[in-house]
Write a protein that binds this ligand. Structure first.
Ligand code: SAM
Length: 251
């Protein structure tokens, strides 16, 4: 049965995901409500990772976007659900929030990757971009996640591969966003590419305008998503129409 794939299911993700099969997804890439504001759609959803843990394969990873306040609070919940911290990235935007003179203007957001199973069995494609300038680069062989270094090195060529930086600049979608907390496809694309094998399955319990799902389809992956707010259906239709142009423009 594949009729649950490549679409968004409307309802509370904790109930919707309970009907999905066990041990089938390669990764979860999610952007939950952080509970930082009093807005209606920003209510924290406790315990979403319990069903995520069931639907994922035994060796799999979960990328979670969130404010520092939110991410700090879910460490314990992720640990209780059997996940460990793997790494994090920073999404750098061209402009952000914060207008107080006694605070830095905030132009970034975090996403943390958790994993379970042996790190060597979790899908993690080489994280290269093809924009190197020629130089000799020391390269770690893929470590078993205990800090061992390999002795390998390679000489890069102009325009050749280099390791993707963990701070990734992608303009946000002010002016054209259809959802209030819309993530650009350009920040989801590297996570999908590196954490979900071609043809593999990524799940997103908090779809909003369907950013993760659209990035997945454009990159030849499958997805299954949930969203509690029926108003997001129209946003998703609009976003899907814009999507090929947006991915080309932002990756
Ligand atoms: C931070 S937004 C996601 C935005 C999305 N990344 C995008 O690019 O459009 C979180 C979404 O989760 C939805 N949501 C909140 N609680 C939920 C629940 N229990 N189950 C499913 N969706 C929920 C909200 O309605 C909101 O659209």
């Amino acid at each position: 049965m594949t009729d649950w794939l490549n679409r968004c299911h409307f309802g509370d993700c904790r109930q919707v995901m309970a009907a999905w099969p066990t041990g089938v997804a390669d990764a979860c890439i999610t952007d939950p409500p952080y509970g930082d504001t009093s807005l209606e759609w920003d209510r924290r959803c406790e315990g979403w990772m319990v069903q995520v843990a069931r639907v994922l394969k035994p060796a799999a990873s979960v990328w979670v976007f969130g404010s520092m306040r939110y991410l700090a609070t879910i460490f314990n919940e992720m640990t209780a659900a059997g996940f460990r911290y793997a790494q994090d990235i920073v999404w750098e935007k061209q402009n952000g929030s914060g207008f107080h003179a006694d605070r830095f203007r905030r132009v970034h957001e975090h996403s943390i990757q958790f994993y379970r199973g042996a790190w060597s069995e979790v899908y993690n494609a080489p994280q290269y971009t093809n924009d190197a300038t020629a130089k000799t680069v020391r390269r770690k062989a893929r470590p078993p996640h205990t800090g061992h270094n390999g002795a390998a090195h390679y000489v890069s060529e102009d325009g050749g591969p280099r390791l993707q930086r963990s701070v990734i600049y992608v303009p946000n979608e002010h002016g054209r966003a259809v959802h209030p907390t819309q993530k650009p496809l350009g920040i989801l694309a590297p996570l999908v590419r590196t954490s979900v094998p071609p043809g593999g399955l990524v799940i997103e319990p908090f779809a909003g305008s369907l950013s993760t799902g659209i990035a997945a389809r454009l990159l030849g992956r499958q997805f299954a998503a949930c969203e509690i707010d029926p108003a997001c259906e129209a946003m998703q239709a609009q976003r899907t129409q814009q999507s090929s142009f947006l991915l080309e423009a932002t990756c």
